[in-house]
Design a protein around this ligand. Structure first.
Ligand code: SAH
Length: 247
């Protein structure tokens, strides 16, 4: 009986004490996870992206703003700002931050650009594009990934991203032509439908090659012809067709 009374008194004292304690640590204790991630994003932009020569302010601002840790599986959030691609399930990956920034800058986008992305994956690249251009049309072949990315982007209020589940080799003819096309999976050749869906003067960036080695190619449409230049050796997941063969 005595013990019980003691315990009750402890309870009544401990509640306010605990509250003060919690408030104290909330204000002065270790930083909140989102602040910590923000710092990591700053570091990522400084050391992985600016240090390698990306200068487009709008691209850098978007990379600083978009919370990459929301686009990776929660158990990998601690690595979200590391200098590497990460698995996102279904044997697919979210690209290395530098590659996302490099490809975005190469397209020289404006606030009025309408962009086609092939390979939605996590939706991260689409979010970066959505920050700096008018609208993003993104095609993903893996239903689960496309559906998940769609829900995530909606929850983050990206109302200018449109996702379709299907084979990106065919592009998205209903919304063509596009001012820019970004392909984030690798075919063995530039798909003919994508060439057709690029506006005159538009740019396309695409990794082309074999499974373990590709060249990132930048194409510009001039007088109906595509002028291409090889810009960087890269390694992307292959572009596949519906029957899981690669293109
Ligand atoms: N841009 C993504 C990373 C893409 S990984 C991001 O920011 O996270 C490459 C993606 O291309 C994978 O999700 C893969 O499923 C998809 N893919 C492969 N072949 C495709 C095809 N033919 N059409 C559309 N998407 C394809």
């Amino acid at each position: 009986m005595k013990a019980l009374t003691e315990q009750n008194r402890f309870k009544t004292i401990s509640a306010p004490v605990l509250l003060v304690f919690l408030l104290f640590f909330h204000c002065t204790g270790s930083p909140q996870p989102s602040e910590e991630f923000k710092k990591q994003r700053e570091q990522m932009v400084k050391w992985q992206i600016e240090a390698r020569g990306v200068t487009d302010k709008r691209v850098l601002d978007a990379m600083r703003k978009v919370e990459r840790h929301l686009f990776v599986p929660s158990e990998l959030a601690a690595y979200a700002y590391a200098d590497q691609p990460l698995p996102v399930g279904y044997n697919q990956t979210i690209s290395q931050p530098y590659i996302v920034a490099f490809m975005t800058e190469a397209l020289k986008l404006s606030p009025t650009s309408k962009v086609l992305e092939i390979g939605t994956g996590s939706g991260y690249q689409a979010a970066i594009l959505a920050e700096i251009c008018d609208s993003v049309f993104s095609v993903e072949i893996v239903n689960e990934l496309g559906t998940k990315a769609k829900a995530l982007l909606k929850s983050l209020n990206y109302n200018n991203v449109f996702i379709r589940i299907g084979d990106g080799y065919q592009g998205w003819p209903e919304y063509a032509p596009f001012d820019a096309i970004i392909v984030t999976c690798a075919p063995t050749h530039v798909p003919e439908p994508l060439k057709e869906q690029l506006v005159e003067g538009g740019k396309m960036i695409i990794p082309v090659g074999e499974t373990n080695y590709q060249e990132l190619i930048l194409l510009v449409k001039k007088k109906g012809r595509l002028i291409q230049q090889s810009v960087l050796p890269v390694r992307f997941v292959p572009m596949v067709d519906q029957n899981k063969r690669k293109y």
